[in-house]
Design a protein around this ligand. Structure first.
Ligand code: FES
Length: 155
């Protein structure tokens, strides 16, 4: 009996469409040190409006394009920005940021607890990718007393 094997190999057409490349997200970022220096509060609803009006250096505030499959930390580095990090694998809090707008999910988190992600909106920027067209993130959250505390005492 003849057995028909499916045709596979180079040049053979299949029904699978190539995965469509999503356009990059627009990420607005702000350095937590600026929040401190200006006497702003991380919970201020108009934090990014104030930052946009404050004539800040682009190392501390700006807008960048970030591919959907790239971590926020890597995208920042691709734009010449120096955000803090240590392990680059979701096991510390050195790269932590606060998500202030849009959606961004971590594909690896071995450090933050659920309430810190869901209620405090903390994200590890080394494993966190944009999930919406626009994202607002306050990076350098290791400067926050709470984050510094868990970085020193957890684990
Ligand atoms: S650098 Fe350690 S969790 Fe991101």
């Amino acid at each position: 009996m003849d057995i028909q094997l499916p045709a596979v190999g180079p040049g053979v057409e299949t029904d699978d469409e190539p995965e469509e490349e999503l356009p990059p997200a627009t990420v607005e970022y702000l350095d937590y040190r600026v929040v401190q220096q200006q006497g702003w509060d991380i919970d201020d609803d108009d934090l990014f409006e104030k930052a946009a009006a404050a004539d800040l250096d682009e190392r501390h505030y700006g807008v960048m394009e970030a591919p959907m499959k790239e971590s926020l930390l890597r995208s920042a580095e691709d734009h010449g920005l120096k955000w803090p990090f240590q392990c680059r694998s979701g096991t510390c809090a050195m790269c932590a940021g606060v998500l202030k707008g849009g959606e961004a999910e971590m594909d690896m988190n071995l450090f933050l607890e659920d309430h810190e992600v869901e209620e405090m909106d903390l994200r590890l920027t080394c494993t966190c990718q944009p999930e919406s067209d626009t994202v607002q993130v306050v990076f350098n959250a290791i400067q926050m007393e709470y984050v510094r505390d868990i970085a020193q005492n957890r684990g």
